[in-house]
Design a protein around this ligand. Sequence first.
Ligand code: IPM
Ligand code: MG
Length: 375
Amino acid sequence: MHYGKEGIEMDFKVGVIAGDGIGPEVTAEATKVLDAIGQKYGHTFHYTEILMGGCSIDATGVPLTDEAIAAAKASDAVLMGSIGGNTTTSPWYKLPPNLRPEAGLLKIRKELNLFANLRPAYLYEELKAACPLRDDIIGDGFDMMIMRELTGGLYFGERSTKEVDGVMTACDSLTYNENEIRRIAIRGFDIAMKRRKKVTSVDKANVLDSSRLWRKVVEEVAKDYPEVSYEHMLVDNCAMQLVKNPAQFDVILTENMFGDILSDEASMVTGSIGMLSSASLNETKFGLYEPSGGSAPDIAGMGIANPIATILSAAMMLRYSFDLDKEADAVEAAVKQVLKEGYRTGDIMPQSGESTEGITKVGTAEMGSLIAERV
Ligand code: IPM
Ligand code: MG
């Protein structure tokens, strides 16, 4: 990072993992918007392309090279599109698991110690019709932040598949130590302080030891945040509450696997996964920012993917890695503005039977340009 005359950081090194599927199309729109921000506010973003996922397998034989990790580490933050392909037809999925596209993602999370995964799920007023919940459940809408632990638990525990007494047996282990729990809990409460000051810590403490430790450590951390109200919720109940009364949630704090599942559920409940961003942070200002949705190989290269989730991920990068709140606000406001003006990509078009009055269908690049023009 380079500091300008008034101490304002002006130059930023952004690693760009375009990845597979729609990844290259959507990241191109996010950098378009970042450049518009740069022009308006006097910042320069320097981009370095980083290979990860299927494209890296094709070019190097592995989903993430040491060189790519070094390039990510040398960046101030990384913007990512998506990785992976069709798991039944793509040749990448004939490879052993540790050489598949997703292994690159898990490796970069671990290598860069990206333990805190922030996944906002928010109901856009303009896109209310896409929400699959009943009107009386939607009420005035909802706005939650899922804080998912990202470098521990089942994803990184010991695993094995072997014959035991002549029977094929597979094992995955779920381990957390108190330090891993404490650091994510602190992040969760910190974020809650900037929001509506409520934390719901989600576990399975009626069954799992790792959850009982989770609960104990969260309780200790909560003592340092007297202004934040917090509660514990069992994960099965949480899955139910998300569709029963999503407005009750502010920050959902949970471990890796539960967070994977609940964040997909929460995004589905908003009805517009193409709109949801995410950030994966470590102890420093560094972060990896990516849309919540996948690589959508079926529509790759067609110019119809929704770039908004990636653009909003770039806004999170401005906010969390670069401390550029004003600029992040500008991107978010520009997104709301284009929605208000009626522009929609295919995935967020009104459903059949709904009015299309004042609605204009646009492609990926046009959506990016409309947003860039409005920052
Ligand atoms: C996610 C994805 C990944 C995960 C996969 C691709 C390994 O589902 O980011 O939620 O499970 O973490
Ligand atoms: Mg997932």
